[in-house]
Design a protein around this ligand. Structure first.
Ligand code: BGC
Length: 345
């Protein structure tokens, strides 16, 4: 009897040990949904993307992972893709800093059954990515060019600084900008590349200003380029003399608008890019690629998120519109009066 009890005790102990060793997931149960989003650099712009990714993960009850290298770094993007391919995640959304270089690993991920999409920066033609979610960069570049043309009715030299010579969003924005200023009095200088390094952007902006004392305008292609131009222009005591049009609405850019150093910025909808990337991959995993693309309103493999053009006159309305949608932002215009509404002195 004693022996049998001891025997039963051992069996009970054994079953406890075995239960502890059994994987959390039951055999045959669907794998946990994990969606990875890979951006391009450490910047408040990408923090906004991350907020969208996190919100979608929370709303949809799935696990998300977000990664950005400190600055433009194709090797780090490839390495991160490899890591998550090996983990067999559900999907990877990436902003390819060099779409040609990233395509091989994107194909590898797709071949392994991972849903691959792109956000913010388009992939190559015929890519393994199922969709691009982001701005129409050529069109947005044109808007920037038209805005600067209006600000500079007499034309003049314009400096251009951008964060990449390979990322398609930088190239398409520049092309759209150049197309819009062609045939006007604007003389664009050769675009300079800072490789998404804000310190390098400032140095380049400074050097363009000192090499061109007659500079009339500046185009900032990536999020930190507007603030870099603003700093360089303040240092050169050329506020108002050099007109600035740039991209995005990080706090430094908004401060530049409030101070009157930055004239206009093309606001992207990066929070939506992050949110929708998670949403579409979850739909792909549940319903299949085509139904997911249809449900998200993709046209020719693109979900365009749209842009807003922000000046000191539209800033308050823009902030109110973000607030109404519950989209977080770091700046506040509370207590600030747009110049046009200020009583004349
Ligand atoms: C671009 C991103 C870039 C970011 C840099 C944005 O305008 O869309 O591709 O990484 O600027 O902060």
């Amino acid at each position: 009897m004693k022996l049998r009890l001891a025997h039963l005790g051992f069996l009970f102990f054994l079953s406890l040990v075995m239960t502890a060793c059994v994987p959390v997931r039951e055999a045959g149960a669907p794998p946990e949904t994990i969606i990875v989003v890979i951006g391009k650099s450490v910047n408040p712009y990408w923090s906004n993307v991350e907020k969208g990714v996190e919100a979608a993960g929370k709303d949809l009850g799935i696990k998300t992972v977000f990664f950005v290298p400190p600055k433009e770094d194709v090797a780090a993007q490839i390495q991160t893709m490899e890591t998550y391919i090996a983990q067999g995640v559900t999907g990877i959304a990436i902003a390819p800093s060099n779409p040609q270089a990233l395509e091989r690993v994107m194909k590898k991920a797709a071949g392994a059954g991972i849903f691959v999409t792109t956000l913010d920066t388009p992939p190559v033609e015929g890519s393994a990515a199922k969709v691009y979610i982001g701005t129409d960069n050529y069109g947005a570049g044109q808007i920037a060019g038209q805005t600067l043309t209006t600000l500079l009715p007499n034309g003049g030299k314009v400096g251009i600084v951008r964060g990449s010579d390979t990322a398609l969003n930088a190239l398409q924005r520049t092309e759209g900008f150049l197309a819009a200023v062609t045939g006007t009095g604007i003389k664009p200088l050769t675009p300079m590349n800072d490789q998404e390094d804000a310190a390098a952007a400032l140095q380049l902006s400074n050097s363009v200003i000192s090499a061109n004392p007659d500079l009339a305008g500046a185009f900032g292609v990536y999020a930190y380029n507007g603030p870099a131009w603003a700093t360089a222009i303040k240092e050169a005591k050329a506020v108002g003399k050099i007109k600035v049009v740039c991209f995005d609405t990080t706090t430094d850019t908004i401060n530049g608008i409030k101070e009157g150093v930055i004239d206009a910025t093309v606001a992207q909808r990066e929070y939506d890019m992050g949110y929708k990337s998670v949403q579409i991959i979850k739909l792909m995993a549940e319903k299949g690629v085509e139904p997911a693309l249809n449900e998200m309103g993709a046209m020719n493999g693109i979900v365009t998120t749209g842009v807003d053009i922000i000046t000191s006159a539209t800033l308050k309305d823009y902030e109110a519109a973000l607030d109404a949608r519950g989209i977080p932002h770091e700046w506040t215009t509370r207590g600030w009066t747009p110049p046009l509404a200020r009583p004349s002195q």
